[in-house]
Design a protein around this ligand. Sequence first.
Ligand code: ZN
Length: 134
Amino acid sequence: MDKVEHIGIAVRNLKDAGSLYERLLGCKSYKKEVVESEQVITEFFKVGETKIELLEASSDKSAIASFIEKRGEGIHHIAFAVDNIVAEMERLKNEGFNLLNETPKRGADNKLVCFVHPKSANGVLIELCQEIKS
Ligand code: ZN
């Protein structure tokens, strides 16, 4: 894995959280994006090489809604940049990690993503992401 690409933070209200993080980080977000497949609305900030991804549920059935229900707002996942997501998924599978999807899927911010179950990573949801080259 290359680096921490972003940290995902579950929030109840993107408008409030977005302006709070603008004040906290001293910069404006560079992107807002609806991810239909995950039923979330995301907002991204750049901090050096790393990004902060705020996530608000767009429906009650969203994983973000149930996360907040159970654990409240807070850090939801850590995403690592990888060069070859398929190879990395294979490697982790062989290491005994429980992957949440069998094939990479399209995530926010022009990425192919795969998630590792928090139960196999000390309670932390891990995301692998690979930039989609156009
Ligand atoms: Zn993410």
